[in-house]
Structure formats: structure tokens, C-alpha cells
Design a protein around this ligand. Structure first.
Ligand code: PEP
Length: 250
């Protein structure tokens, strides 16, 4: 019912040549996978190049960010309309690096999510608690706020275009992964939130993917969990061999 999704977030890495080389390898080596969705999110400047390479393949293109306006006086920003125009299917919003480094809050992230949906793009909405929030028993409140404020005004019908990425901040880029059990427990909690905000059908059909130091050696255990529908992969998505193994989870 929920098609697994493996997404590679290349963050601020790779030149045009490096991006082209990596995506060509992925397109060739993952062509036989039809039971899952594979997505890559290069830097903005490589989107057109990577779009050309994934065109006609099983891979889909994502942007790492957007600005919630269509056109206008927004120097330095890129709109969902332009991301669609370049060939994106998905946009990542609310990544913890943007929340922490650029001060993005839930209301702004919600505007981005709605702007993407309005432009016909799917959204990967990132949520996740910091270590301090987890250790001081505020994790569930934080996730509740991030989910309900992030999805504010998004209808049940529009939820078909939303994927939630649970990414505990303490696990991103640290080499520390949530255990299979910790991740499963939190995904089940988030699914429960969707049931409360929407209905049992939305809760059962919305994909909730895990992010935070996903590697070839931990993907299979994570994907075996009932409520984990895929992975958002940072560091390990930069190396073709590692990302291919992750995409080929069993
Ligand atoms: C991410 O960037 O979303 C991420 C999970 O990074 P990493 O896999 O490197 O922890």
C-alpha cells in the first residue's frame, strides 16, 4: 500500500561533473528496481543536469529547498514553479539544517509545503527532535508541533503528495543511528498523529521515512520495521556504491 521511498540528499556537495557522474551510475545500476521510488536531491545548480540524466529513468528528482512564492522580488530564492519547470517531482522542506542554521520555523515550512503542493510538487516534510529535547521528555511535544503546524491547511486529498521524514537531529551526520526499535516507535507515534489530524486512511497511506546516518549496514533492519517506509540519506548518498546498496534494501 505504501511504496517505499529512498531519497538521497546531496546537501552542499558535488560539482556539475561529479553530479552527472553519480546520477549516471545510479540510473544504470538501479534501472531494474520497480517496486520502490528512488529520488536524488542535488544542489540547485546541478538540477538541470541531473534532470536530463534521470529523464526516462526510474529515478526522480528533488530539490533541497524552495521559497513560498511563484515569482517576484525575492532575490536569491527559487520558487516551486521553477523547480517543477526544471524537472523536479519532490521538494525537501523543513530539513533540520535549515531549521538550525537558517532559523526556519514551522509556519514558514508550512508555507513552503503548501506552495509546493499548489505547484504540483510532492513534499518531503522533515521533522525531528534534538538530543536535549529527547532527553528532557519533550520529543513527543516537538514532533506533535512540527507535524501539526507543518501540515496546517493541507487537506486530506493533498496528503497524497506529502511524505514525512522523521530525522532525529542527533542522528544526522553523526554516525549515530536511532535503533530499529526507537525509529519504529517514533514512526508509529507520527502515524498516530496523522490519524488524529486526518483519519485512519491517511495515517495508513502516508509514507513516513527515516533519516539519520542511514548506511548500507543498517538499512535492512530499519526497512523491516512496520512503520518505516523508506529513508532520507545524506552522507551515504554521495557514494554510488553505498546509495545503491541502500536502495537495494531487502
Ligand atoms: C540528511 O541529510 O537528511 C541526513 C539524514 O544525513 P545523514 O544520512 O548524513 O545523517
Amino acid at each position: 500500500m505504501r511504496i517505499p521511498l529512498i531519497a538521497g540528499n546531496w546537501k552542499l556537495h558535488k560539482t556539475l561533473d561529479e553530479s552527472a557522474q553519480l546520477v549516471r551510475t545510479l540510473v544504470a545500476d538501479l534501472a531494474d528496481l520497480h517496486d520502490r521510488e528512488i529520488v536524488v536531491a542535488p544542489v540547485f545548480t546541478a538540477l538541470a543536469t541531473v534532470a536530463a540524466a534521470v529523464n526516462g529513468s526510474t529515478l526522480r528528482l528533488a530539490a533541497q529547498n524552495c521559497y513560498p512564492a511563484t515569482t517576484g522580488a525575492y532575490t536569491g530564492e527559487v520558487s516551486p514553479l521553477l523547480l517543477k519547470d526544471v524537472g523536479c517531482s519532490y521538494v525537501i522542506v523543513g530539513h533540520s539544517e535549515r531549521r538550525q542554521l537558517l532559523g526556519e520555523n514551522d509556519a514558514f515550512i508550512n508555507q513552503k509545503a503548501k506552495a509546493c503542493i499548489a505547484a504540483g510538487l510532492k513534499v518531503i516534510l522533515c521533522i525531528g527532535e534534538t538530543l536535549v529535547e529527547r532527553e528532557t521528555d519533550r520529543m513527543l511535544d516537538v514532533l506533535n508541533r512540527q507535524v501539526s503546524d507543518g501540515l496546517n491547511g493541507i487537506s486530506a486529498d493533498e496528503m497524497a503528495g506529502v511524505v514525512i521524514a522523521y530525522e532525529p537531529v542527533w542522528a544526522i551526520g553523526t554516525g549515530v543511528t536511532a535503533s530499529d526499535e526507537q525509529a519504529q516507535e517514533t514512526h508509529a507515534f507520527v502515524r498516530g498523529l496523522l490519524q488524529g489530524l486526518y483519519n485512519p486512511e491517511i495515517a495508513a497511506t502516508t509514507r513516513i521515512i527515516y533519516g539519520g546516518s542511514v548506511k548500507p549496514n543498517n538499512i535492512d533492519g530499519l526497512m523491516a520495521q512496520e512503520d518505516i517506509d523508506g529513508a532520507l540519506v545524506g552522507g551515504a548518498s554521495l557514494k554510488a556504491e553505498d546509495f545503491i546498496r541502500i536502495a537495494r534494501f531487502v
